[in-house]
Write a protein that binds this ligand. Structure first.
Ligand code: CA
Ligand code: CA
Ligand code: CA
Length: 510
């Protein structure tokens, strides 16, 4: 014969997945203890011997997670994570058609078949009170008992939605669960024929009330839901600073750009929530002492700060950001070098100078650029200036006394001092010469038709202090006439710089 009594558990399958993820500390369950209530057993039996007994709860514990539920659309989400209820046992004896039977049930226990989540909706009974409905097909119960000394166990589902209430305001939980039973009675059988052979319906109704013991993580007597700091024992609710922060120690760096300043540690004290740590260190520190403020912030907007001092002693040299390319010039003199630029790790633009001379001579000159920061740290870079003298000397033959055929010869060259020679004569720069014009010199090749030779030799006293250049001694020396000033032409045959191979200036005419 099947057991007469199957007990009820409070279980619901499935859950409301919309519940927001909670912090681990929020998942502490509310423990429901001090259970009272009863199990009402109504079971039909042959010969009208129906059973109708009510047995009280003798022990029990429920757990609802989280303690206060999670706020979701329409109410609060809870998960029933534990059910352990024991009912007082009983014994019944029935006689039917000459057959008597006694059944004694002990250790009547109900547990959860699996965890069950549900959404409790606000009740009209008052604030912080929620009505509970758990759909019957979501419930699973697991019942055990000993009947006449033999263990019985079964999974069952209720026959109607479980109902109840969660009263957070008063710390109470109520549950009402009904399970329909169908028991087949069979006895007095001979072969396939039995004196008793019939099935009877029944109902088991459980009504349970328990007191919520809200979690008290710090055991200070103030439940977490009311504790202003649930992880620090403060029964008088003295304010506890949270979060806290510990800044790294003071540091000294050699560069304003150094940011290896460590990390502060922010710690939540009261809520077990995440703490965000930030600091206000600038991208570039200033030389000297820099206070850095570290801030720890929790999810409630509470903050704590701590200061770290970063001291910069700038011993880092500037860095050149641009150095002009090497320069080549075809003549001596001033050269356009361009401008070097530099940057420093610390504030301010480094001073950039160079050691270039005002003018450059032939050859390679190394120009050294120097960048100096505000702390006196200097870096150098070099630029080469290569001068190749490709420009001939300039020569002049200035008539100072055209009538007397006197001239002042001169020369100039950017790369050095030129010497002047006229034929076999070596002349000093600025030296005066007088051309002997007693003869008609030949016209220079290519002379125009407007010029013509003087018709007669010119007799003139020669200033013996001056070199006398005879026609036969000078290549390229000539006189002509026909200009307004009777200016003669003085052809400087060659000008030679001391430092360079001879260069010839052909027919420089004045
Ligand atoms: Ca507490
Ligand atoms: Ca506390
Ligand atoms: Ca520097």
């Amino acid at each position: 014969m099947k057991p007469w009594i199957l007990f009820i558990t409070f279980a619901a399958a499935g859950s409301t997945a919309s519940a927001a993820a909670a912090r681990a500390s929020d998942l502490t369950p509310a423990v429901v203890t001090n259970l009272t209530g009863s199990l009402h057993i109504q079971q039909g039996a042959p010969c009208g011997n129906d059973v109708d007994v009510v047995r009280p709860v003798v022990r029990g514990r429920l757990e609802l997670t989280p303690a206060d539920g999670l706020a979701v659309t329409g109410g609060r989400s809870f998960t029933l994570t534990r059910v352990e209820i024991g009912f007082e046992g009983f014994s019944v004896h029935r006689d039917c058609l000459g057959i008597g039977q006694t059944r004694t049930y002990n250790e009547l226990d109900v547990q959860l078949g699996r965890t069950a989540s549900f959404v409790a909706v606000p009740s009209s009974a008052g604030p912080d009170i929620f009505d509970v409905t758990i759909a019957k097909d979501k419930l699973l119960l697991y019942q055990t008992d000993t009947m006449n000394g033999a263990l019985e166990a079964a999974y069952l589902n209720p026959s109607a939605d479980a109902t109840g209430a969660i009263d957070l305001a008063h710390g109470l939980v109520e549950l009402h669960v009904v399970v329909a039973t169908s028991v087949h009675f069979q006895a007095g059988c001979v072969g396939s024929r039995c004196v008793i052979d019939e099935t009877k319906p029944g109902l088991m109704t459980a009504d349970v009330v328990g007191t919520i013991a809200f979690p008290d993580a710090d055991h200070d007597g103030v439940a977490d839901r009311a504790d202003n700091c649930r992880f620090v024992a403060n029964p008088d609710q003295t304010a506890v600073p949270t979060p806290t922060i510990a800044a790294p120690g003071a540091l000294t760096f050699a560069s304003c750009a150094d940011h290896d300043i460590g990390a502060a540690t922010g710690t939540d004290v009261c809520d077990g929530g995440p703490v965000t740590v930030t600091n206000d260190a600038p991208a570039t520190f200033n030389t000297g002492a820099n206070p850095v403020t570290w801030t720890a912030a929790d999810t409630h907007g509470r903050t704590a700060t701590a200061t770290q001092t970063i001291t910069i002693v700038d011993t880092t040299t500037p860095t050149f950001t641009f150095v002009p390319l090497d320069v080549s010039a075809g003549d001596c003199g001033a050269v356009s070098l361009g401008a070097a630029t530099a940057a420093d790790d610390c504030a301010g633009t480094p001073a950039v100078t160079n050691d270039a001379p005002a003018t450059f001579g032939v050859g390679t000159t190394v120009v050294t650029w120097t960048a100096t920061d505000a702390s006196g740290n200097a870096a150098t870079a070099t630029q080469r200036v290569v001068v190749t003298d490709a420009v001939p000397p300039a020569a002049a033959c200035e008539p100072v006394n055209p009538i007397g055929h006197e001239f002042r010869v001169s020369s100039g060259d950017a790369c050095g001092t030129a010497t002047i020679s006229l034929g076999s004569y070596g002349l000093a720069n600025g030296e005066r010469i007088k051309v002997q014009t007693g003869f008609h010199p030949p016209l220079p090749r290519g002379a125009g038709t407007s010029g013509h030779h003087r018709g007669r030799p010119e007799r003139q006293r020669h200033d013996r202090r001056l070199p006398l250049i005879a026609r036969s001694q000078r290549p390229g020396l000539s006189t002509t006439e026909g200009t307004e000033k009777r200016a003669s032409v003085c052809s400087v045959a060659s000008v030679v710089r001391n430092s360079l191979p001879r260069k010839t200036v052909t027919r420089s005419q004045f």
